[in-house]
Write a protein that binds this ligand. Structure first.
Ligand code: HEC
Ligand code: HEC
Length: 215
């Protein structure tokens, strides 16, 4: 019994080390292979168009997971699924290594909503976002984002929790709404769906504004 357990643990140790080794691709090879991503995500992973997510400084484990999800159809986006069809596991590791090694750029403060007279100011939305990020809203079962995404929004690489700091507000709002509606459904245990479905559109905007200004 004991021997069997040891064997299992040993096998597990081997597979997890090889997974880790595999995850650390080559930055130089990745830069070349990433050329077909630059038009949308920027040469250093800082996209200009705010609906295209920034990839700079993102955890390699999360990047690889998403690329695989686009490839096997678990995450759906027409632009992305076209791009990933020909990427091998090694290409994904190398590309992830390259983008992860780039520095994420800071964002400008979001513009005030002048069209809606009842809209909260950007400053008020950001303070609402700070509160939600740190404390969540436990009676309504909205978990505090800080628990998984960290005090600086840096995520958690071993757990494949994404870094979200300095991400474009527009992309954050879009992807949180996709989690809410279930259009984005490849998240483990459906955890982001469970959180986002409890959030109002105003809360999604508030927390996205805050995250986009986190450095
Ligand atoms: C034609 C534009 C376009 C090209 C080219 C493109 N992407 Fe994307 N990418 C997008 C869009 C749009 C999204 C957001 C899709 C969504 O909401 O699921 C995205 C999302 C992603 C994500 C998910 C990011 C996150 O934070 O969850 C990753 C990773 C990614 N792209 C990597 C790549 C890589 C690597 C390449 C090159 C091999 C590439 N993309 C090429 C448009 C593009
Ligand atoms: C229990 C852990 C957990 C908590 C709490 C949590 N998240 Fe997440 N979040 C995740 C995981 C895991 C993913 C990646 C899902 C996937 O693999 O697609 C994620 C993904 C995201 C993404 C997508 C990032 C990208 O680049 O596409 C955003 C945005 C996000 N979370 C925002 C939030 C906000 C805002 C809160 C608080 C209201 C929050 N999260 C709370 C675990 C968590």
């Amino acid at each position: 019994m004991k021997k069997r357990l040891q064997a299992v643990l040993f096998a597990f140790a081997l597979t997890s080390t090889s997974a880790i080794l595999h995850a650390e691709g080559s930055i130089d090879a990745g830069k070349e292979k990433a050329a077909l991503c630059f038009s949308c995500h920027g040469e250093n992973g800082n996209s200009v168009v705010s609906t295209f997510p920034k990839l700079a400084q993102q955890n390699t484990s999360y990047l690889i997971k998403q690329l695989q999800a686009y490839k096997n159809g678990a995450r759906k986006n027409a632009m992305m699924s076209a791009v990933v069809t020909h990427l091998s596991d090694e290409d994904m590791s190398d590309i992830a290594a390259y983008f992860s090694d780039q520095e994420i750029s800071a964002n400008q403060l979001p513009l005030e909503d002048d069209e809606d007279d009842n809209a909260k100011t950007v400053k008020d939305l950001i303070s609402q976002g700070i509160d939600l990020y740190r404390n969540g809203d436990l009676p309504r079962e909205v978990s505090a984002c800080i628990a998984c995404h960290g005090p600086f929004g840096e995520g958690n690489k071993p757990a494949s929790f994404p870094s979200i700091k300095s991400q474009h507000a527009e992309y954050l709002i879009q992807t949180l709404k996709d989690f809410k509606s279930g259009a984005r459904s490849n998240n483990p245990e459906n955890m982001m769906h469970m959180i986002a479905k409890k959030m109002t559109d105003e809360e999604i905007k508030a927390v996205s504004y805050h995250i986009s200004m986190k450095k």
